[in-house]
Write a protein that binds this ligand. Structure first.
Ligand SMILES: [Zn+2]
Length: 121
């Protein structure tokens, strides 16, 4: 389970990334909804909004996993460095997106196009 603060942080952090994750009308729509729910501090609705597309679900789970790693105080492997902002990679053949929060990590390949070279957005 995640705390309300973690979900609020995730919702704030995803706002600038939405145009890279989704097509423009969907990104604009989700940004508007997230802003409404952020203003109301409505955690359930924020969670539900982030659940609406596979791209935002994936982004959310990676963000929250990273928060857990940092929060647990465990050492990061090798020379991974926390990124001030996320790097987003896109499959050139479909709308698959992956996000990297730590330098030194590679994006996960697209499940439908495993040979495709993901492009950084
Ligand atoms: Zn693909």
């Amino acid at each position: 389970m995640y705390t309300s603060e973690e979900i609020l942080d995730a919702a704030k952090a995803i706002l600038p990334a939405l145009p890279k994750l989704l097509d423009e009308p969907t990104a604009t729509q989700l940004q508007a909804q997230l802003n409404i729910h952020l203003a109301a501090q409505d955690i359930d609705q924020l969670w539900a909004t982030l659940e609406r597309s596979p791209q935002t679900q994936r982004w959310r789970s990676k963000y929250l996993n990273q928060v857990k790693v940092k929060g647990s105080g465990s050492q990061l492997a090798g020379d991974m460095v926390a990124q001030p902002s996320s790097l987003i990679y896109a499959c050139p053949h479909c709308d698959y997106r992956d996000v990297i929060f730590l330098l030194g990590m590679d994006p996960d390949p697209c499940p439908d196009h495993p040979a495709a070279v993901l492009q950084r957005l």
